[in-house]
Design a protein around this ligand. Sequence first.
Ligand SMILES: [Zn+2]
Length: 261
Amino acid sequence: MGLYKAEGVVLRTRSLGEADKIVTFFTHARGKVEAVAKGARRPRSRLLGPTQQFTYGRYLFFEGKNLDTVSQGEILQSFRPLREDLDRMAYAAYAAELVDRSTEPGDRHEGLFPLLVAVLGLLAESDELPLVMRYFELRLLGELGYRPHLSGCTRCGAPRAPYFSVELGGLVCERCLPADVAATHIGDEAVHVLRYLERAEPGRLQVVRPSADALAALEAVLPRFCAARIGQPLHAMEFLLALRAGRGARAANIDSDKPIC
Ligand SMILES: [Zn+2]
């Protein structure tokens, strides 16, 4: 059984026995890896820091029959604000859950690892958390091969298409609306933002300053689109919405009667 090194991000951890934990990593070289971190819950363990959720590090693994074992870890970026600020934590947990649910152990998606690291960095620092999240959802969909059709109407190609259909997989114009009566009106500004996010480098997100209405429109469609394509309910998204609702934050009010998943 082999030994391998990989850069990875800790997506989640669960306790095992008295002091061990099972860590789900998303690695650059091998995609998702589940590994036992022996003794990692002991306060003096050298694995304690490197196996905290959302940490980006370089790890040494032993291959096992069922589960691998992580034997060493070196922190490259700890992304501490993601564990200290409840809002940032909720967004990062949603990002981690999206990656966890949409990938299988061993499938490597070129581009998804650097995207995840960049987005965790933005979630740790940015004041525009919802915008960062919409960017992540859109680019994740692209990496997984579910990129929504955004260049015009999905049905007829008309350039002005201010509706979004989860079912049809992209924008829809007024005339084609009967093809999906459940399509959501998102408006021209939200369409423009989607087209920008589809191509933008992570460091260029601050260039776009969407209105609250455009952000609410995107929040009404992108999480639902992700949940529909991934095909599983996303608990972290529900938590995030509950957290916001509990604070009296104005939740996405477009189609708010529709369930997210
Ligand atoms: Zn059309």
